[in-house]
Design a protein around this ligand. Structure first.
Ligand code: ADP
Ligand code: MG
Length: 401
């Protein structure tokens, strides 16, 4: 699903009020009765005003009726929730305008946005539960028929968890984006100007980069955490030119700095299946380095049991407690984990449903592929404005009344 902000500017304050009323009503109702929407919105214009707003919102797909409903009511759509989140980000001045989409997976949309100073940021919109675990047996029974398993709830949990970990990791000095704001199923973070490892075809010293990535994984472990999806898509590689130095071929010398993203699936080193996830993360890196750079480490491991011994050592702050500290309950953690595992299993069974536009097949030369975004027109690309900031193609301001 694509975030489409076009209708945003046409919404009047009453429309926003009614949209917020539908959201509030959906805490207890899958389908929010119109009478309840009226009661929550309390518009000056009374029922007829509410009806007009409902029809405006339904027309642009922010709320929808359900088939075979037994009463007159509406539910919030993904689009509706997107608008509410963006509206909040705009009110809090985290986001001023929305630009193009950089990444599309089945579980998230990644958009470039900008704040009111024109600085570019990333908006990550979680879309968990979009594929509704239909073909998966694992965890399906746990999630089935639970109102708490709704996409809205699960996507919000993913955003809360990701934001909490990004904040805790950043505070401890880990190389992760700067968390800026969280609302509903979305987070705003700093834009990392670096490609994913996946897009890097060669590096001067694979052994050094490998060692650095393993050291980072062990540093997570020491702080009580396993990333859980430590792979070439979730590690961005920043290249910094070393001033005045050249390599043996006379090329500019660069240093490579990994920056880790994507935290909804992080787990504690004390999780029941910690060893399996730890090994999976390690093997992901090993396999990638072997395939891409033909590099195989001569050192075996690292092994979970050794990493476990370092937990909390040298004054390392335990970060696996960060989530609970942010008000995330055990039930929330269990619900989210069940959804993520179900999604993983679904991915394994039906990989084609998960192929995102940028995730081409294995070693394909997909590096330079431009997204098909209609915002990508090249005409104004490289002009810089007076402050030296690049205008972003067709940025649409988020209008708040
Ligand atoms: P998902 O959960 O869908 O995998 P990710 O958080 O991994 O979402 O983001 C998907 C892609 O979007 C990444 O592989 C990366 O290319 C890009 N991306 C995400 N966050 C950032 C960021 N802060 N800066 C730059 N690119 C990002
Ligand atoms: Mg990812």
């Amino acid at each position: 699903m694509k975030l489409d902000t076009r209708a945003m500017r046409h919404l009047a304050p009453d429309d926003w009020r009614v949209l917020a009323a539908v959201e509030q009503g959906s805490k207890n109702h899958e389908l929010v009765p119109v009478t309840l929407i009226e009661r929550i919105a309390r518009l000056k214009g009374g029922a007829s005003g509410v009806h007009r707003c409902i029809s405006n919102l339904a027309k642009v797909g922010l709320i929808a009726k359900m088939k075979e409903a037994k009463y007159d009511g509406y539910r919030l759509t993904y689009g509706g929730l997107d608008y509410l989140a963006l509206h909040t980000h705009a009110q809090k001045k985290a986001v001023y305008s929305v630009g193009s989409r950089v990444g599309v997976g089945k579980e998230s949309d990644i958009m470039i946005v900008a704040d009111d100073k024109g600085d570019q940021l990333i908006l990550k919109i979680h879309r968990l539960g979009r594929i509704s675990f239909r073909t998966v047996k694992t965890n399906r029974d746990y999630l089935k028929n639970k109102p708490s398993a709704s996409w809205m709830y699960l996507s919000r949990l993913a955003a809360i968890k990701e934001f909490a970990f990004m904040t805790a990791l950043r505070d401890e000095g880990f190389p992760v984006p700067e968390p800026i704001a969280q609302s509903r199923h979305t987070i705003v973070m700093s834009l990392v100007d670096a490609p994913p490892l996946r897009q890097i075809s060669s590096v001067p010293d694979p052994a050094a980069l490998y060692a650095e990535l393993i050291a980072l994984l062990l540093r997570f472990a020491k702080h009580g955490l396993i990333h859980g999806d430590y792979n070439e898509f979730n590690i961005l590689i920043r290249e910094d030119v070393v001033e005045g130095e050249t390599d043996s071929e006379g090329k500019e010398k660069v240093t490579l700095t990994p920056i880790v993203i994507d935290f909804p699936q992080m787990i504690s080193m004390e999780h029941a299946n910690a060893e399996m996830y730890f090994d999976r993360d390690v093997n992901c890196i090993k396999l990638f380095f072997e395939r891409r750079f033909h590099f195989v480490s001569t050192t075996p491991g690292p092994f979970y049991k050794d990493a476990k011994k370092t937990l909390g050592k040298d004054g390392a702050k335990r970060l696996d407690a960060a989530l609970e500290a942010s008000g995330f309950t055990k039930k929330m953690a269990k619900d989210l984990e069940a959804a993520i595992r179900a999604q993983e299993a679904e991915k394994e069974q039906n990989p084609s449903a998960y192929e995102s536009e940028e995730a081409e097949d294995d070693e394909a030369e997909d590096d330079e592929e431009d997204e098909d975004d209609e915002n990508d027109s090249n005409d104004s690309d490289d002009d810089e404005d007076a402050q030296g900031k690049k205008p972003i193609g067709n940025h649409i301001p988020v209008v708040i009344e």
